[in-house]
Design a protein around this ligand. Sequence first.
Ligand code: R5P
Length: 302
Amino acid sequence: MPEADQSEPKQFRPDVPQARTPFFVKGAGAYDWGMQNRLARIFRPDSGRTAMLAVDHGYFQGPTTGLERIDLDIAPLVVHADALMLTRGSLRSSIPASMTGGIVLRASGGPSILKDLSDEQIALDIEDALRLGASAVAVQVFIGGECESQTVINMTRLVDAGLRFGMPVLAVTAVGRELTRDARYLGLATRICAELGAQIVKTYYCEEGFADITAGCPVPIVMAGGKKLSERDALEMAYRAIDQGAAGVDMGRNIFQSACPAAMIQAVAAVVHEMERPERAHQRYLDLKAAIDRGRQKSGKG
Ligand code: R5P
């Protein structure tokens, strides 16, 4: 039994109004505490942005180069990422439960690369996302694709389930090979996802008009990485996206297929959170890589 609290006077400060801190994630001010708290596990409150690592590629294309051993090659990178985007299979089997960053769980699937990729269904029960401590669920939306409406409805069903439990939905605007990744298309796709309830939208960078896409989307846009570029070019693309209003990146191949993924993810995070200029971020990458290589040689692992 604690002793009676008899200290006087109490500090009620009746003249000071209740503190009200506006929530920092774009478009998320009207959500409940749980939804906002999950978003704050993805977007860093100090910068308002996220450096997310996407490693969910296996859900439709099997053992992708760089992801053959998620336990050995990806688990050590987790400390450098604000959030990890992956499947529940990889999470349970290959990522230590001691991780503390955000988890964005792949929640759609169905077709492999051998079939029409847009023919996806919801492939995760919201209950399992809660059981795993997910910070958000991710769904592919194929605007203009063969199964466009089906994928939009997958997203809205997840949004409805997410709203019941405070679970944000990240909509990935998936672009079929036949479609052009220009501002007109990406603006259409991102806006549809946000209008229909997604709390985060992931899309590709485009050279012309990207700032209009981020301005016209009422929720945060995170930039997808796309196919492997040189480290310098990937950092340049990330910088431009952030400079033009992206609230972060969700990059995969440009990190895990880099010559030094641990150095690359830290360089990307510097661009995202510190707006490090591409040339300086690239130098940071080279310096970190050299230090990591030296450490490996010393330990006989190089
Ligand atoms: C692709 O459909 C998956 O959602 C990936 O996580 C992601 O969009 C691809 O990442 P990246 O293009 O950066 O390798």
